[in-house]
Design a binder for this molecule. Structure first.
Ligand code: BES
Ligand code: MN
Ligand code: ZN
Length: 493
């Protein structure tokens, strides 16, 4: 979908659909007010009569309003004006976007950013509405091409704003690109999206930008580095593991990079600690951490931020096999620390710990790993918040703020040292599981042991990266949170 700006008088804009906001107390913004005037008060009258519903996310399609060049108007409810905030605004825009996607219209013009929200300027609202409308417009087509009678997504979307909004619009486009990439990768089936496929995707990004370089470590390279934890997980799979290293240079090479690390388990069967059929069904999503960091990296490169970033994807498949690693095995990680494997289904931390050790050769200013790491995180936080754990209060605060700013939110969880003893093992430096209590935290504690002198954060996206049910699919998260964090670090913010 293309974004554009159009600052003509709103009633003269030729479009299949004008999109305006209405609250319980009436019209929102100058454009809605103007349309009401040119249509002789028709919109306000319909709000009063209840023909336009104003509840949050409720949409009403209006036809043949007098005095407009547009074919129709979509009135989008934002509920009570005094309760509106960025997250609610995002929900309203998303609802509007779904109507637009499912309607025959293929172009639209949005005035939604004219809503008044305390603490959010119109640029923020323009970007948020663009992202939500873009997200709603998504349709999976990789293995199921669109049928002729299927909904027709928007091809172009303009906004009621002038040239001064160009930078915001371009930023929104880069963010949308990142989200979309994360989502596309997450939704692909595991027979297509293999470790080699992830490496290929990274190559395509490296070829697209002059200041991006790619290195892919093969299993032999990893063996030489002593990554026996990562390779242990991979042993049961017919698809060789890849450690994908993307480097973006937007600043002086002396400036330390931010390291983003993604869990890229392209399928998690559980290994010999085999998952049940019920729990295995969704495990193609186990590479959504990788998808999220790749998406954020792409957005950063597209914006040409003036920072350095290294993005590492541990791309591995976790399968049972005669040569697979077993419960009881003791593995030596690249750091030299040993791990007693008690459950081969706690594999994410085993691939991440070696990636965390490896990335320290870049002397990063901060390390952020992202993973669909624990079912426990999904139980604790559901699908709305990612779980954030960190050994650094400033880094944690920056990441939380970034998530709030783009409505890709995280919630901080404690990894107090008291939890560490749950990982004690008589046979190695640690076990790879910490038992039932606080499974999300003991996973975080495990990783923290490999980032001891580093400024480090871990984001568990087991619940936020995808949804099942009627709107099943990858969410693209936390590409937005990460891209916003990188943008905030850059002087271009
Ligand atoms: N990939 C899963 C975590 C997961 C579960 C993500 C459900 C999304 C939805 C991870 O590798 C896993 O299997 N974790 C185990 C850890 C346990 C064995 C300590 C879990 O959460 O059950
Ligand atoms: Mn697992
Ligand atoms: Zn997993």
């Amino acid at each position: 979908m293309k974004f554009s700006l159009d600052n003509q008088t709103v009633n003269e804009i030729q479009t299949a659909c004008l999109v305006i906001a209405v609250s319980e107390s009436g019209l929102q913004g100058a454009s809605a007010t103007r349309l009401n005037t040119t249509s002789d008060g028709a919109i306000e009258a319909m709000i009063e009569s209840g023909d336009i519903v104003t509840g949050l996310g409720k949409c009403t399609l209006l036809h043949r309003l007098p005095g407009l060049a547009a074919k129709r108007v979509l009135a989008v409810g934002i509920g009570k004006a005094e309760k509106i905030n960025l997250a609610r605004f995002d929900r309203a825009c998303l609802a509007a976007g779904k109507i637009l996607r499912d309607h025959s219209a293929t172009d639209a013009h949005s005035c939604l950013h004219e809503v008044t929200i305390e603490g959010a300027d119109s640029g923020t609202l323009l970007r948020q509405s663009a992202l939500a409308l873009h997200r709603a417009n998504y349709m999976y087509t990789a293995t199921k091409p669109r049928k002729d009678d299927a909904p027709s997504p928007l091809k172009s979307l303009s906004f009621q704003a002038g040239e001064d909004s160009r930078p915001v619009l371009e930023q929104a486009y880069s963010f949308a690109l990142g989200f979309q990439k994360a989502r596309d990768l997450g939704d692909l089936p595991p027979n297509i999206c293999t470790p080699a496929y992830l490496a290929q995707e990274a190559r395509a990004i490296a070829e697209q930008f002059e200041n991006v370089e790619l290195e892919v470590l093969e299993e032999d390279d990893m063996a030489e580095l002593g990554m026996d934890a990562l390779l242990g997980v991979s042993r049961g799979s017919a698809h060789p593991a890849k450690l994908v290293v993307l480097r973006y240079q937007g600043a002086d090479s002396k400036q330390p990079p931010v390291a983003l690390i993604g869990k890229g388990i392209t399928f998690d069967s559980g290994g010999l600690s085999l998952k049940s059929g019920e729990n295995m069904m969704q495990m193609k999503y186990d590479m959504c951490g990788a998808a999220g960091v790749i998406g954020a990296f792409l957005a950063c490169a597209d914006m040409q931020l003036d920072i350095n970033v290294v993005c590492i994807v541990a791309a591995v498949e976790n399968m049972p096999d005669g040569d697979a690693y077993r419960p009881g095995d003791v593995l030596t990680t690249m750091s030299g620390k040993t791990v007693e494997v008690l459950n081969t289904d706690a594999e994410g931390r085993l691939v991440l710990c070696d990636a965390i050790t490896y990335c320290q050769k870049f002397e990063p200013a901060a390390i952020i790993d992202v993973a669909t790491l624990t079912g426990a995180c999904m139980i604790a936080l559901g699908h709305h918040a990612s779980g954030l754990m960190s050994n650094d209060d400033n880094l944690a605060a920056d990441l939380l703020a970034a998530g709030d700013a783009i409505v890709d939110r995280a919630w901080r969880l404690p990894i107090w040292e008291e939890y560490q003893s749950q990982l004690d093992s008589p046979y190695a430096d640690m076990k790879n599981i910490g038992g039932l209590p606080a499974g999300v935290l003991t996973a975080g504690c495990f990783l923290s042991r490999f980032a001891e002198d580093q400024k480090w954060a871990h984001i568990d996206i087991a619940g936020s990266a995808w949804k099942w049910g009627s709107d099943e699919g990858a969410s693209g998260r936390p590409a937005g949170l990460l891209a916003q964090y990188l943008l905030n670090l850059s002087a271009k913010s």
